[in-house]
Design a protein around this ligand. Sequence first.
Ligand code: ADP
Ligand code: MG
Length: 338
Amino acid sequence: QSHSQIRPIQALPDNLISQIAAGEVVERPSAVVKELLENALDAGATQITVRLDQGGVKRIAITDNGRGIAPEQLPLAVARHATSKIASLTDLENVATLGFRGEALASIASVSQFMMSSRTADAEHAFQIENGVVSPTSGAPGTTVDVQELYYNTPARRKFLKTDQTEFGHCADVVRRLALARPDVTFTLTHNGKTVDHWNIASMDKRSAHIMGAEFAEARLAIDHSAGPLRLHGFAGLPTASKARADAQFFYVNGRFVRDKLLTHAVRAAYQDVLHGDRYPSYVLALQLDPSLVDVNVHPSKIEVRFRDGRAVHQFVFHAVQAALSHTSATAFGTAPA
Ligand code: ADP
Ligand code: MG
């Protein structure tokens, strides 16, 4: 249709709104995996299985043993802007769950063949919802979300997908990121029927060694540093565990994996004296602070955050990491103290 064709202003149909939102919320299979994993964790799951076929493009099925959804709530779960996680602006400003926007399931369902089944702890059996219809089914307590043929109805989006192997790699990264943050949860990842990763419940120590590899496990410093409302804990790799690429850097804010300039800079600065400019430190660091001190509602994917007092956070992280590194400088870097 031509530019000159003027149409009256119309409210968009609901499904189209969800499809538009899907462009932001679920731009590729790994984003679906992230949203579904976050829902499972928010539901208190201690066991999560991620099954992918053909890089997640063909199928993403995630099963958890969390608290489940009552049958009468299933239609709401897939409705846009419907959530059990916040009910007010005050809740939003203090949000402690990974999700809160209430749009992931609606967005995913609008661009896939979508089925969800769920059973609460006290229910006699499970219920499923498919194409808006709720019906009884079998299943253990918990929830399964089954997403098939992602973007089948939005071919323009589907065209942007890379090879199955590349898409799978992104999905696996997402699973590893969350598994690193939650050693108290068992994760299983399968691709095309083969188990790729399996992590049993373990200590943070073991889980991070498992996921980050032996090289990191043998050359890392434990950090646990608190000041006022801020706590930073985890592991900072020694310079010997540094990499030529920034692919072993895991930073979490209140359990959420983030890529934040301010935090990356603070850590980088702490390494300044011990690391060459062309090397990237390896680390798994978790910052905890009162949810009211950080705004997670910055971007739909929630990978960016904004701190109420960015300077204080920067200084805190910088000092925590620098102190840990300097403690061992005498032995680790061969610079004997004067
Ligand atoms: P949000 O996570 O932002 O609330 P979603 O669209 O991801 O929005 O999910 C909508 C609602 O469905 C959630 O608030 C939650 O109540 C319910 N839900 C989704 N996934 C699960 C799950 N795996 N287990 C239990 N409840 C779930
Ligand atoms: Mg969610």
